[in-house]
Write a protein that binds this ligand. Sequence first.
Ligand code: ZN
Length: 499
Amino acid sequence: MTVSDTLVPYPEAIERYEPVIGLETHVELGTRTKMFCGCTTAFGAEPNSQVCPVCLGLPGSLPVVNRAAIEYTIRIGLALNCTIAEWCRFARKNYFYPDMPKNFQISQYDEPLCTDGYLDVEVNGKTVRVGIERVHLEEDTGKSLHVGGATGRIHGAEYSLVDYNRAGIPLVEIVTKPITGTDADAPVAARLYVTELRDLLRSLHVSDVRMEEGSLRCDVNTSLAPRGASQWGTRTETKNVNSLRSVERAVHFEIERQAAVLDAGGRVIQETRHFHEDTGTTTSGRSKEEAQDYRYFPEPDLVPVAPPRDWVEQIRASLPEAPAARRARLRAEWDMSEADMTALSNAGALDLVADTVAAGASPADARKWWLGELSRRAHDTETELAVLAITPAQVARVAALVAAGTLNDRLARDVIDAVLAGEGAPDEVVEARGLAVVSDDSALTAAVDEAIAANPEVAAKIRDGKIAAAGVLVGAVRKATGGKADAARVRELILERLT
Ligand SMILES: [Zn+2]
């Protein structure tokens, strides 16, 4: 076993070392067309069907900047409290990689569009202000597919295919300043930062921010220094961290690994590492390139970008309420606990509950249906709540039918099942299936009499004053009526007859 394979248990590692983390997040913008050409950006098309001379880098082709991508980037920069450059240029980042057709990437280097902002993140009841170093715009690369190996990686593959559909899609990189002082919470802080950033980006409508489809990607930097040291340690950069949970696990693992290296008197190597979802570990990738390796120079085929100030102010005025402010406002309006709000956020149900409340349901009812029954349905079918075939207005209608006594909870679940199965709106289902609660005495009396006749011993007990036994008869009546009987009224009718 080598030094790099051993780990120091997390609490011990934190006792002796202070972690500093940093995050570089790549966001694919949801523009209709690519960064420098008119090719569509739609996801999931046939490989190499969305390409043209510009994004394939053919000789003589010239790029033109996508205005919407500039606008989206300014939106992101303003939402992150950044300064928007009055004048900036794109740069060529030179490196050779098969999924990059031009052998350089058009990016931004020393003149990013947005600089020096921040994002506040709640970590275990404490506000951590994460500094934003820069937000810059670049183009995405294509995608390599390694065929024939066991792991899908290039090692062991027989051959590789490349798909350039993604090449040239606008990509925003958001780089934090080093995040210090989070101590044992560093892994959680990393996850919560990415979560907050994702929610913010979603609210700005600039990207669909799906980590599983790669439209939000994260590299996590971690370094450790002995407590009280005047200098930070050497950082590693962990790539391919493709879920929120993995962000936390990657930092956690790197802290335990680097502590072991330092304990043994070794030094942490500045390198790129790969995160492995199955084991929660990282392994060494390549040693990290320095900026000079990329031979950056200003992109000669593009004019500088100089967004007019009135345009920037117009964009600022159009920004939506920030997710954190919205959560605080809704929490107060709905009178919910912080834990309830967190549960709604984590389930992706905040907007659905807001829409259900707007359609007339009480916050408690909206929360109950979305986090209970509907979350179960989403889980069973492995889909997200938002794509279930029921609208917030329909959920509000079901809640109203329950509140009015037309449905009980069991019937309401049947109605929801039918709506999800495409049988129509709640009222149509109630009508078509005859699902309404039966509280009409004439319809219930016969069933009550039958239940009493069929259970003479129970009836005798009730006559003797053991009223609790009535539950058995209520159950029998409800069973006989397919769950539709109004339980409270049935109980009254039974007691009227037997006491
Ligand atoms: Zn193109």
